[in-house]
Ligand binder design. Structure first.
Ligand SMILES: [Zn+2]
Length: 352
């Protein structure tokens, strides 16, 4: 089973919805922080012989044509992330089409290859912006990877796993964000903030359960997650959390996933027959994943301890038992990522 990996290639200041869109006018004043993070991503992909889809912001491509050429020359897929990194619902259909065409022509002029895929900034494909799929298909796009099945974003109407969607101009492939069902909601786990906060053992088991059902997962990354020292924008608390929280764990978790699962570009996963000659699909034998065994055992012991406390103290049943359960889980479960990261960085220092 082969999963997809994508990188949204954007700089630290490409944040949607700031200053009513006037933010774009200030971009020229900012220093670029792309090369360092892209080099880190390319080195990691190269180490594990993985090809990825890079969703490039057209503005970035225009400013850094050599960087885009370098990525393309390594066999990775270059797709569009819009020209000005604007959410679909912030644009009219006409403005969206103009933005899309501009990004496509900039990228194609650099790489000399047809752009086949699109990802909307901030998963902004919604029922009310379904017209975007018609425009994508009309402009020669073969797939979209912008649907997020969470109820307040795209919802389930665009599918939960890769599928084909009818548009006015024919069918288009859709690769929605991989999510798991939790209570009444769909929860993502395979990239961005969810990958940074969900413990690795859970991410690992979600990947395993998807692949067991023969469903590919989409691992999605942002270039700025690979450079924690980039300048920060003053954002509201929730968006600050979304952009800057725990970015240092992303490369570590991604490397662990690369050691176990197979990944390739989205076009290779969706339509193998449209794969380019330069795109090879690599397979590797799964290694024994000790950390997964250890973390699952610790989780199990944590639950066991919590339940023992729950039953050993029947007179405090009620609120106390709930606390005991939470404490048990917290002690042994959540900090696992932190512990494994510490071990990882100590190992690296010793090697140096
Ligand atoms: Zn983006």
């Amino acid at each position: 089973m082969i999963n997809a990996v994508s990188v949204d290639l954007e700089d630290w200041y490409h944040i949607c919805g700031l200053k009513n869109g006037q933010w774009v006018k200030e971009w020229n004043q900012y220093s670029a922080h792309l090369e360092k993070s892209v080099d880190k991503i390319l080195a990691l992909l190269d180490k594990y012989e993985v090809l990825a889809t890079f969703f490039v912001v057209g503005y970035v491509a225009e400013k850094n044509p050599r960087l885009i050429q370098k990525i393309a020359n390594m066999g990775h897929e270059i797709a569009s992330h819009g020209y000005f990194h604007r959410r679909i619902f912030d644009m009219t259909p006409e403005v969206f089409e103009e933005d899309l065409k501009r990004s496509k022509s900039v990228i194609e002029a650099i790489t000399g290859k047809k752009v086949r895929g699109y990802r909307a900034p901030e998963w902004s494909l919604k029922e009310e912006t379904r017209w975007a799929l018609d425009i994508l298909k009309k402009n020669g796009f073969e797939y979209d990877a912008s649907a997020n099945p969470m109820s307040y974003l795209s919802g389930k109407g665009f599918g939960l796993i890769p599928c084909e969607i009818k548009t006015k101009c024919g069918k288009i492939h859709e690769f929605p964000l991989s999510t798991v069902r939790m209570f009444a909601e769909r929860i993502p786990f395979s990239g961005g903030l969810p990958l940074r906060v969900v413990p690795y053992c859970n991410v690992f088991s979600f990947f395993k359960s998807f692949n067991k059902k023969r469903v590919p997962v989409m691992l999605y990354l942002h270039s700025w997650e690979f450079d924690i020292h980039h300048p920060k924008v003053d954002l509201p608390l929730n968006r600050k959390f979304m952009h800057y929280f725990n970015c240092k764990v992303t490369p570590i978790k991604v490397e662990k996933l690369f050691q176990y699962f197979n990944f390739t570009t989205i076009e290779n996963v969706l339509v193998p027959e449209m794969s380019r000659e330069t795109n090879r699909v690599f397979t590797k034998k799964p290694a024994i994943h000790k950390e997964y065994v250890i973390s699952s055992s610790l989780t199990f012991i944590g639950f066991l301890l919590a339940y023992s406390l729950l039953f050993a103290l029947p007179k405090f049943m009620g609120l106390y038992s709930l606390f005991a359960l939470l404490i048990g889980m917290t002690i042994l479960y959540w900090p696992w990522t932190t512990i494994s990261n510490c071990v990882e960085s100590i190992k690296k220092r010793i090697k140096k």
